[in-house]
Write a protein of this length. Structure first.
Length: 194
C-alpha cells in the first residue's frame, strides 16, 4: 500500500457478483421493475385459477405464475443481462485504492481511473459488499472481505467523512419507510445536479 492510500480492496466480477450488483441497483433506484414482475406473476396465478386448474390453460398459467413469483427478486434487468452476455462466463478483477483525494480503480492491464468522493450520490452496505453509487445505474462494488487494513469500522468512518453520506437501505418491498424515501429523493436530487 502506498503512503497516500488509506485502504485497499477489490471485487471479482463474475456471474454471481454481477447479478448481486444488478439486484442492488434495481432495489435502490428501480423498485417498480420488481413490482411489475410480481404483479404479472399474481395476475397469471389469478387467471389460471379463474379459468380453472382442471383445464390445461388454467394449469399452465397457474404453474407459470407460481414459477415467476419467487424468481421476480432475482430477475436481471436489461442492462444486467447485457453485461452477463458480454462477460460470457469470464471473470474480471477490479482493484480499489482509497486515498484522500479519491478512489482509484483499475483492472488488470488497464490504466487507473479516479473517482472523486463528491461524485458518490449514495452508499449501500449489504454484507459482504459495499456499493458506492455514481448515478442511478452505476455503482462501485467493494468486497469488504478483501479490505486492507481489515478495519471495517475505520473504513466506514473514512468513507462517510469523505462523501458526507450515510449508508442507506434499498427500497425492497418490505423496507419502504418515510426516512428511506427521503434518502432516495435526496440522492436523486444530488445525482441530477451533477
Amino acid at each position: 500500500m502506498s503512503a497516500g492510500d488509506r485502504f485497499r480492496a477489490e471485487i471479482l466480477y463474475d456471474e454471481d457478483t454481477v447479478r448481486l450488483m444488478d439486484q442492488t441497483v434495481t432495489d435502490a433506484y428501480h423498485p417498480l421493475r420488481r413490482v411489475v414482475w410480481i404483479l404479472i406473476a399474481i395476475a397469471m396465478i389469478l387467471y389460471g385459477v379463474s379459468v380453472g386448474i382442471d383445464s390445461p390453460l388454467g394449469m399452465l398459467f397457474l404453474f407459470a405464475g407460481c414459477i415467476l413469483l419467487p424468481f421476480s427478486r432475482k430477475m436481471t434487468s436489461y442492462t444486467g443481462t447485457r453485461i452477463l452476455r458480454v462477460m460470457k462466463g469470464k471473470q474480471m478483477r477490479m482493484s480499489y485504492r482509497f486515498a484522500q483525494d479519491g478512489i482509484y480503480s483499475r483492472t488488470a492491464g488497464s490504466e487507473e481511473t479516479r473517482t472523486l468522493y463528491s461524485g458518490i450520490i449514495r452508499m449501500i452496505s449489504r454484507d459482504p459488499y459495499v456499493y458506492l453509487f455514481l448515478n442511478r445505474n452505476q455503482a462501485l462494488m467493494i468486497d469488504i472481505r478483501t479490505l486492507t487494513p481489515k478495519d471495517r469500522a475505520a473504513f466506514d468512518l473514512f468513507i462517510k467523512q469523505q462523501t458526507g453520506l450515510e449508508y442507506t437501505e434499498t427500497l425492497g418491498l418490505s423496507s419502504i419507510r418515510l426516512s428511506t424515501l427521503i434518502d432516495l429523493f435526496q440522492s436523486r436530487k444530488k445525482g441530477n445536479g451533477k
